[in-house]
Design a protein around this ligand. Sequence first.
Ligand SMILES: C[S@@+](CC[C@H](N)C(=O)[O-])C[C@H]1O[C@@H](n2cnc3c(N)ncnc32)[C@H](O)[C@@H]1O
Length: 269
Amino acid sequence: MADNTFLAGQGPWLERLGNLRNVVRQELVTRQLAVHLPRGPLRVLDVGTGQGTQALRLARLGHAVTAVEPDGRMRAAFERAAAELTDAQRDRVTLLATDLAGLASVTQPTAYDVVMCHGVLMYLPESRSAVAALARRVAPGGIVSVVARNGDAMAWRPAARHDWPAALAALDETRRAAEQGRSARYRNEIGVDARADTRASLTADCEAAGLEVAAWYGIRVASDDVPVEQPAPDGEDLAALLDVEERLGSTDPYRALGTLVHVVARRGG
Ligand SMILES: C[S@@+](CC[C@H](N)C(=O)[O-])C[C@H]1O[C@@H](n2cnc3c(N)ncnc32)[C@H](O)[C@@H]1O
């Protein structure tokens, strides 16, 4: 298995799963994906499943889920969450200890209706070969769902926080990356040095892999400036926040400012 650069931020990530930022992220991914799910029951592959939020939501809906996760602590978090499933739901979930590079060892089934890879590409050196590997696992008519850091909007969070030096640094890095023909780099909120994609680069990666982009969305357009430890609100406040983020994330010009970009691509039938 290749080095997993996410490990440096694993502790903060696991401690903050219930906070506003992650709650918004997970709920937006769920809503945006739901629109594109083929008719079920589905065979789902989730690569870099982590604690398994999306994989287990789909298992609850009755789909068969193969979840791939290289790290033991993340697999333990997945297993704890999976313990909440009914026996019938749990029987349809397979958790595999491998990484993206080890996907070839995933043999049953060989093709999936839905292939997900959320919040993983930023920890890999590049996305082109990763998207190609995901595309090889999707069945004709199936979809690939990718969530990555949005390199087009790197300065938006520091600017919204009125952290002007950080915003200028992000703008400079974005410009340098474009001039040098490389991905922009950044240090994320869990302290890991990571890599951003863009909607254009992901679209090109999908097309190179024989996929057609069906839709793209922004995630966390208006609520990304809150402190990482801020808890999610509850009740009507949370419902309203999620509804606004959902609308912003699918509407121009706002969606281009999402901290994360969510691309849903389809393999022709
Ligand atoms: C930020 S977490 C995202 C978890 C989950 N997909 C989500 O969106 O909530 C990133 C996950 O990717 C995993 N990961 C890192 N490198 C990977 C690789 N090369 N292949 C597969 N998973 C990887 C990490 O172990 C971690 O569990």
